[in-house]
Design a protein around this ligand. Structure first.
Ligand code: GDP
Length: 668
């Protein structure tokens, strides 16, 4: 059977879960329709998802539709859970992006679109909720054309928009019809419209394909099958994005969606006899089964009881069982072949992002969002701190962005989060799954640091014996957003490559905490000089020395804070404009051209996360719920230390040389 690995993505509430339910139902995989509204959706598994009506985790579900198997990954739509989306994007061959016909493009849809484009994933745009009174598909189409891409083409004609039962045309490139105006022999006005629209598609494809262009100019009738084939190639190359419509809640447009998936989306390459290559994109823990690694297999074949090589950990592990998730249950499948997605049980030391086998087949990474907040997790019962750490460790395996930190001296547990909704979800997961009651400290912004000037850092680690590692670095400020650019100017005969590799590998951890305790980024580090000793140098010496050399350099360059900034748009009734402007100034916002249209004041610009954490709540209270704020991550920006905050040092500071050396040596 032919496979389709597709993701379904959307801003929260656009209707993904409802569409998924409908697809499962139509394919015959489930016999009763679940609903998000009464908490019975088949793909919303977690207690908290059912209660809140949002998907938190990406649920993968497989189902058969005619002669294909669809592996569908339903991803969470809320920005707080972007980490989940990001991890699943890597394993998709194509995506369905859902946009609400009433709300149009929302901040998260834009973010998702960018990610899909940067990974060149073929994408169908599904405009849902055409039954809604507020639906305006013309407007949404124009928005898509303007914001997303000019390479979009709608493939259906919609009648009766905004009504309870909108009528949706079939996909315009049906199998049996011919695109030939002379052949129609009917005066039917619907048919006229269809032919007009088919011609538009003809023209659209012609503009992108020379062969078709010639036919088009010569006004040659063309079998729809040929056009369909061309359209398919354009879609699969991610050069063109088809738009289709629907009203999932009424089951309208779902069949056409499945037809699109079947006829237009790519089939994965299937080298079942090739070398093993798989990517773990998600880890789950089931109370009965234990750890489950969700795997996309790019090449090769896996069977129950196979031993596999985990390239990322350099370890061999044994598979106990291979399963697949069909709607709401697991089935043992025993064997997984290239191109497919499955669940591997029994792997004990395998984590998200790990590659099994050969990594040359595995596609690259894309980061959607970084957690911008850090918060302390406090157990209600202080004696349960060890249980809490164990629980958070397990959750961190499922979501590495949590970046758990245990501050031993203070006996505090800190995690990183995307937003406050995530805390609410985390609180109920800890309660439901681990029986732990927790509360959270005040969320604080995650700052970064960057060097102010260029300078050198030096370390001579030759005491207390036995050890020998000498390093000299140059540290320079880099461009905003450039991260770390590291290179070495030292010849291998001066410092052997194995030691140079140690320096390079230690660099990220050496930069984890700068002068103010935050991660140092956007800088260039060059290794200028190094020295080892044929007798005295021990294997880990350069790993111990690097952080001391880097911290010495940072003391010389000095650092400045970078704070996260949001783009915002605020709309309020006109009479509140003065109040809002006052607030914006206080929050250090930057904005341009505030406008008043139809009694509504609107303003957009950028604003620090730190000053605007609670603003949506405040806005809602000053405007009695009539104010609206939209935000999305904009980037990092320099910020004077007086406006920011420092972060307490975790572990011993390498500048406290004697104590640091002792502590690292003990730990090694
Ligand atoms: P998700 O957050 O994207 O998974 O969206 P859901 O599937 O949970 O749907 C969000 C809300 O929109 C629910 O209340 C659904 O019943 C409703 N909804 C979904 N599809 C439609 C539709 O086609 N028309 C209308 N009017 N409501 C819909």
């Amino acid at each position: 059977m032919s496979i389709r690995n597709i993701g379904i993505l959307a801003h929260v509430d656009a209707g993904k879960t409802t569409i998924t339910e409908r697809m499962l139902y139509l394919s015959g995989s489930i016999h009763s329709l679940g609903s998000v509204d009464d908490g019975t959706a088949n793909t919303d598994w977690m207690e908290v998802e059912r209660r809140r009506g949002i998907s938190v985790r990406s649920a993968s579900t497989s189902f058969k539709y005619e002669d294909i198997i669809v592996n569908l990954i339903d991803t969470p739509g809320h920005i707080d859970f972007s980490g989940e989306v990001e991890r699943s994007l890597r394993v998709l061959d194509a995506a369905v992006l859902v946009i609400s016909a009433a709300e149009g493009i929302e901040s998260q849809s834009e973010l998702l679109w960018k990610a899909l484009r940067s990974l060149e994933i073929p994408t169908i745009i599904f405009i849902n909720k055409i039954d809604r009174r507020a639906s305006d598909i013309k407007k949404v189409y124009q928005q898509i054309y303007k914001i997303f891409s000019k390479n979009v083409i709608a493939l259906q004609i919609v009648k009766g928009e905004n009504s309870k039962k909108p009528i949706l045309g079939d996909l315009l490139l049906g199998r049996d019809d011919f695109l030939a105006s002379d052949d129609r022999g009917s005066e039917n006005s619907d048919l006229d419209e269809i032919i007009k629209y088919q011609n538009k598609i003809y023209e659209f494809i012609a503009e992108r394909d020379e062969e078709i262009m010639l036919k088009y100019i010569e006004e040659d009738p063309l079998p729809l099958e040929t056009l369909k084939f061309k359209l398919k190639s354009l879609i699969q190359a991610a050069d063109v994005y088809p738009i289709i419509y629907g009203s999932a809640i009424n089951g309208i447009g779902i069949k056409q969606l499945l037809e699109m998936v079947k006829d237009y989306l790519p089939e994965p390459g299937m080298e079942a006899d090739g070398p093993l290559a798989g990517l773990v994109y998600k880890i789950d823990h089931d109370p009965n089964i234990g750890g489950m690694a969700h795997l996309r297999l790019y090449s090769g074949t896996l069977k129950n009881r196979d031993t596999v090589y985990n390239l990322s950990r350099d370890k061999y592990e044994k598979i106990t069982q291979i399963k697949k998730a069909y709607s709401n249950k697991y089935e043992d499948i025993g064997i997984l072949k290239a191109g497919d997605i499955g669940i591997i049980c029994g792997l004990k030391q395998t984590y998200i992002g790990d590659v099994l086998g050969d990594d040359s087949y595995v596609p690259g990474d894309y980061q959607l969002a970084n957690p911008l907040l850090t918060v302390e997790v406090k157990p209600a019962d202080k004696n349960k701190i060890t249980d809490l750490i164990a629980a958070l460790k397990e959750l961190e395996e499922e979501d590495p962005l949590l970046s758990l930190e245990w501050l031993k001296e203070k006996r505090e547990v800190h995690i990183k989060i995307m937003g406050v909704i995530q805390l609410e979800v985390l609180e109920s997961i800890l309660k439901d799954r681990f029986n732990l009651s927790v509360s959270f400290g005040e969320a604080s912004v995650v700052y970064q640091e960057t060097p102010v000037s260029s300078a050198e850092g030096f370390v001579r680690y030759t005491m207390p014996k036995p050890c020998w590692a000498v390093l000299r670095f140059k540290i320079e400020p880099g461009e905003l957003g450039s991260g770390l650019v590291y290179r070495s100017e030292v010849r291998p005969d001066v410092l052997p490559l194995k030691y140079q590799k140690q320096v390079e590998r230690t660099m990220p951890s050496a930069l984890k905490q700068g002068l103010y305790g935050w991660e140092v980024t956007d800088l260039k580090v060059t290794l200028l000089d190094g020295e080892y000793h044929i007798e005295h140098t021990h294997a880990p010496d350069f790993m111990v020395a690097t952080p001391m050399g880097i911290m010495d350099g940072l003391t010389n360059t000095e650092t400045i804070l970078l704070e996260p900034i949001l783009w915002f748009q605020i709309t309020v009734p006109e009479d509140l404009s003065g109040k809002v402007i006052g607030d914006l100034v206080q929050m250090r916002a930057e904005y341009e051209n505030p406008q008043i249209i139809n009694g509504k004041f609107s303003v957009e610009g950028t604003i620090p996360v730190a000053t605007s954490l609670d603003y949506s709540i405040k806005l809602s209270s000053i405007s009695a719920g009539r104010g609206l704020i939209k935000t999305k991550f904009h980037g990092y920006k320099k910020c004077p230390i007086e406006e920011g905050a420092t972060c307490p040092r975790r572990g011993v500071n390498p500048l406290d040389r004697a104590k640091y050396i002792l502590s690292v040596r003990n730990a090694l």
